[in-house]
Design a protein around this ligand. Sequence first.
Ligand SMILES: [Zn+2]
Length: 340
Amino acid sequence: MKNRRTKNRTVLIGAGFSIPAGIPPQKRLLSEIFHIKEEELSYENPTIRDDKKKLEGFLKSLYGEHWKSGNISLEDIYTIADFAIFRQRNIGIFDPSALFKIRESMDRLILYIINKGISPNDINNYAEKIQKMIGNGNTSFISLNWDYLLERVLISLGYKIDYGVPLERTYEEKKTGRRISVLKPHGSLNWRLCPICENIYAFMEYENIFQCTKCREIYEHQREIIEVLETQGLNFNQALLPLLVSPTFLKVNSVPQLNIIMQNMYSALSKADELIFIGYSLPISDHDIRDLLIKSYSLKQKIKVNVILKPSTEAEKEELRRHYNSIFEDSILDFYWEGF
Ligand SMILES: [Zn+2]
């Protein structure tokens, strides 16, 4: 790509960005989960093994004895589970609290699959390309991915990640590093929300559930109350909540931080002189993203739009071109079909 001198560059990444690192696209995640070998899990990952069993039971109940992981859409499962939890209704025999546990298991399984694929070598390869792209301009990122490959790459380059909302980090950062904005409107696999104080925690390597450092004390102070109530069958769960938004079910209103992220995204898009899309197909069903793009483009039409994708057929290429043409004028669009 030509190295243009631009003031503000906003880079939006989708699933295609992570595929070269061995992170499966969403439509293959479920198959990957059920291809994890039992030996791999029995000793080192008892939680993941149990998670797999829970999800298996759920899918069997929904889709019958002969369900096939390749036929089921993960997006469907997240959406119906989220919707039932939101309305406090069952899906068959699964009540909202059971559905909540199944959802947590799904999140852990995906985190496991995603981290399994990434090697230090991958991080280095990405780092080289990303550094080149950032250049001297003012670059900010928007990631629609649940994985946190981009952040790991940026940290390896010495940057400090600014997620656009206040959050606590459980990882060390280079104190002198330059700040770089990474907005994730659909949440992230490395985020956990405290259900008491609503603080978000971000981690970088794989970590199991941890507690909120601020709210842990409440459980200690109220130990006596907890002990009595537990004998009465009430359970107290100190775990932090995962923060993933299923694409078709916007949780924006229930997590105020996500609203702020959307607002920052609008600002990043409308200030940009150049937009770069990597591995994102801009599907018609992504109403929230399309809405922001249309609104920000109407404010500022003198921009350059670069689209980096890797279609496997001519027909797919045409389809992708149409998606972008449905928002941006032809004359400002440049397509790069070789992938990132
Ligand atoms: Zn808390």
